[in-house]
Design a protein around this ligand. Structure first.
Ligand code: XLS
Ligand code: NI
Ligand code: NI
Length: 436
């Protein structure tokens, strides 16, 4: 039984190909800086958008055509989706996928029953993984859709809800562990506030930290060695999220002693909603050894919400890959397409066009970034720009040998500072254009 009978296995055909169902740049075995594209890029399909999303928006219900899905919460439907997902991923040639507990298995009326269905679907996911070699990049728990999470989960004002969320995450970590997941993600869906008049911010943050410590301790106790990831997002659905951006997340982790156990899962559209470029967020995490994984998407800068579009902008992917190559890759993280087709792209084949485009855009970005790095043009410019710190007074500042007293003495003797050199932004932008 095939769910995508009209789609062949997607092959690499090279930049000259005009076949829409072929890769023009993603060539899994091509080597970039010592790693194959497959090892370097670690593409992942997001179960929620690709196998659950139907294009609903605040003005209308979903309208995607998914002939295999009866729209019910039955176990049969959930199990059938596993077959659909693995056929899709195999044909696409991606090695990883990600899910929330509720994407793969429905909620039942008690926690016990909910966990039982989850186990049944997890058994099938494990079989499918073993049969195809496709692996779990990360698991997570949906702590934001159910009405009980209206005030948040770990930051809810209701302690029972905290307990319910803890039980859900315990189970999600167990299933992630059983499926050999490489990471476990925390994205604080409603961990934030709408209004400070009714919010005890200090208590909520303390609770969130307690929650993450418990998760980490429990994971350790069952031998789960995957990487924990925190996913920043400034707003939506709440007005203010506590995991606002990488800087806010890092500060939280440090304040509560979690910085050695949790890295960042950085999403492009979340970065732009926070008023940052993606490159800024990646670099800010990288320099603190906290760049763990990427939710690869793209937002419409004219829209103020998380549009989760597939990334097709070569400047964006080049900038991402410049940072990722600088840290030698992203493993055990990956590039997860936390992205959805537009509501108007309602046919199953659009799912292929979307992922092929995203994979090609990143493969191209990787090739361009590698060439820029190989020629050393940016590195050399940046190195020269700071060369006054390589010797003399600059070196003494970096070595910690200088003080305000010695610097004043130096300047009194010198009389005035050396002239500045141009930043050459336009020259550098032109240079990058030559590579693109
Ligand atoms: C929502 C987030 C979410 C996380 C996983 O905006 O991107 O999908 O990636 O909970
Ligand atoms: Ni995400
Ligand atoms: Ni998002």
């Amino acid at each position: 039984m095939s769910y995508f009978p009209e789609v062949p296995t997607i092959q690499y055909e090279g930049p000259e190909s005009r076949n829409p169902l072929a890769f023009k740049h993603y060539n899994p075995n091509e080597v970039i800086e010592g790693q194959t594209m497959r090892e370097l890029l670690r593409f992942s399909v997001a179960y929620w958008h690709t196998f659950r999303g139907l294009g609903a928006d605040p003005f209308g219900p979903g309208c995607a055509v998914r002939p295999w899905d009866d729209g019910s919460d039955s176990l049969e439907n959930a199990l059938k989706r596993v077959d659909v997902a693995f056929e899709f991923m195999q044909k696409l040639g991606v090695d990883f996928y990600c899910f929330h507990d509720r994407d793969v298995a429905p909620e039942r009326s008690t926690l016990k029953e909910t966990n039982e269905v989850f186990d049944q679907v997890a058994d099938k996911l494990l079989e499918a993984q073993q049969a195809t070699g496709i692996k779990l990049l990360w698991g997570t728990a949906n702590l934001f859709s159910h009405a009980r999470y209206m005030h948040g989960a770990a930051t809810s004002c209701n302690a029972d809800v905290f307990a319910h969320a803890a039980a859900a995450v315990k189970k999600a970590i167990e299933v992630t562990h059983k499926l050999g997941g490489a990471n476990y993600v925390f994205w604080g869906g409603r961990e934030g506030y709408q209004n400070l008049y009714n919010t005890d911010m200090k208590r909520e943050l303390d609770h969130l930290a307690k929650f993450m410590h418990m998760a980490k301790d429990y994971a350790k106790s069952i031998g789960f060695e995957g990487q924990f990831l925190f996913e920043p997002k400034p707003k939506e659905p709440t007005k203010h999220h506590y995991d606002f951006d990488v800087a806010a997340c890092m500060n939280f982790l440090r304040q509560y002693g979690l910085e050695n156990d949790v890295k960042m899962n950085i999403e492009t559209n979340h970065a732009t909603l926070a008023g940052h470029t993606m490159m800024h967020e990646l670099e800010y995490a990288r320099i603190q050894n906290s760049l763990g994984s990427v939710d690869a998407n793209y937002g419409d800068l004219l829209l103020g919400w998380d549009t989760d579009q597939f990334p097709t902008d070569i400047y964006l992917t080049t900038q991402c890959m410049l940072v990722i190559l600088k840290q030698g890759g992203i493993s055990p993280g990956g590039l997860n397409f936390d992205a959805k087709v537009r509501r108007e792209s309602f046919e199953p084949i659009d799912l292929f066009h979307a992922h092929i485009g995203g994979m090609d855009a990143f493969a191209r970005g990787a090739k361009i970034a590698a060439k820029i790095r190989q020629d050393g043009v940016l590195d050399e410019f940046v190195k020269n720009r700071y060369s006054s710190y390589d010797e003399g007074i600059g070196q003494s500042i970096e070595k910690g040998e200088a003080s305000f007293v010695s610097l004043e003495q130096y300047m009194l003797e010198k009389g005035d500072s050396a002239p500045n050199a141009s930043g050459r932004q336009e020259y550098l932008e032109n240079l990058i254009n030559q590579y693109i």
